[in-house]
Design a protein around this ligand. Sequence first.
Ligand SMILES: Cc1cc2nc3c(=O)[nH]c(=O)nc-3n(C[C@H](O)[C@H](O)[C@H](O)COP(=O)(O)OP(=O)(O)OC[C@H]3O[C@@H](n4cnc5c(N)ncnc54)[C@H](O)[C@@H]3O)c2cc1C
Length: 318
Amino acid sequence: MSDILVLVEQVDGEVKKVTLELLTLARTLGTPAAVWAGPGITPEAKARLAEYGADKIYVAASGDLVEHVVAPKAELLAQLITEKSAAGVLIAATAEGKEIAGRLAIKTDSGVITDAVGVGEGFVADQSIFGGGINVHARVRKGTPPSSPYAPTPPPPVPAAGAGTEEEVTVALSDAAKAARVVERVKQEKGARPELTEAAIVVSGGRGVGSAENFSVIEELADSLGAAVGASRAATDAGWYPHQFQVGQTGKTVSPQLYIAAGISGAIQHRAGMQTAKTIIAINKDPEAPIFELADYGVVGDLHQVVPQLTEEIKKRK
Ligand SMILES: Cc1cc2nc3c(=O)[nH]c(=O)nc-3n(C[C@H](O)[C@H](O)[C@H](O)COP(=O)(O)OP(=O)(O)OC[C@H]3O[C@@H](n4cnc5c(N)ncnc54)[C@H](O)[C@@H]3O)c2cc1C
């Protein structure tokens, strides 16, 4: 079977969950081949990739791949597509991933599908649009292979040992790919909560929360569950919560096991970032709020009463 290239997302050598999800998916499409772009691969990272089915691990250890924003990674993938006659490429649907995919599609004269929630036989992608109202099956018809970013969706990554055979790759980058240089990386202070896009549980607050101070209600519920905190754009635009926690079309895409939306109406743009959550609980005082169409469980009530009671109950059961 032909290689399905999976571009590895990693932070300080630690492989991100989305890569394991993509490897799980790649196993259904061909031979999973992880692509490590840049220096710093560790034995632990290699073991993790193999544990989730990577048959091959292409390691391109050149520092240029991480020092020049996204263009070099697109060139690396284009080179591997030709050299390895890969049948497809899976790239996480992050802001960076989507940009790499777009550039790769141009380089390989291919189409590109973004924000798929699944990719099946023949690289037919499932896309969920209009807030989950319509499912689209889409396939790239021009160029081979398609590059297909994928918004992670449950089921979660499943281990299945792959050979994990390592192969060093020398990449020949064009000057154009090195035009933009990263001059500084500033590490964001990491709080005690899990990272929003990786968290198994996300508790999000919207305009219904009412103020920045009131977000403590959301944070307390999140902390009682060991969850990440998210917010709607109405809440981040109001300055009640930092923009990096915005969930939705112009924010982060999350796919937790449990998503609790408090005081969020359920606008299409918000749904776009959370509709693949396995279980959705909505707390809203308006029984007609659109979020209830999507929710598995709903509580009609004032979040300022419901959420603290919920937090209290969860704490009691610990
Ligand atoms: C191009 C574009 C991109 C966008 N991107 C995003 C995005 O990435 N993410 C995003 O979230 N939005 C995005 N939006 C905005 C989106 O359209 C909505 O405006 C936004 O999601 C609304 O946020 P909200 O649900 O918090 O507020 P509202 O729609 O105002 O809803 C507030 C809800 O809180 C309820 N409520 C009020 N008080 C209480 C209370 N005390 N207890 C319980 N419930 C209460 C109300 O009944 C209501 O349903 C985008 C819009 C555009 C045009």
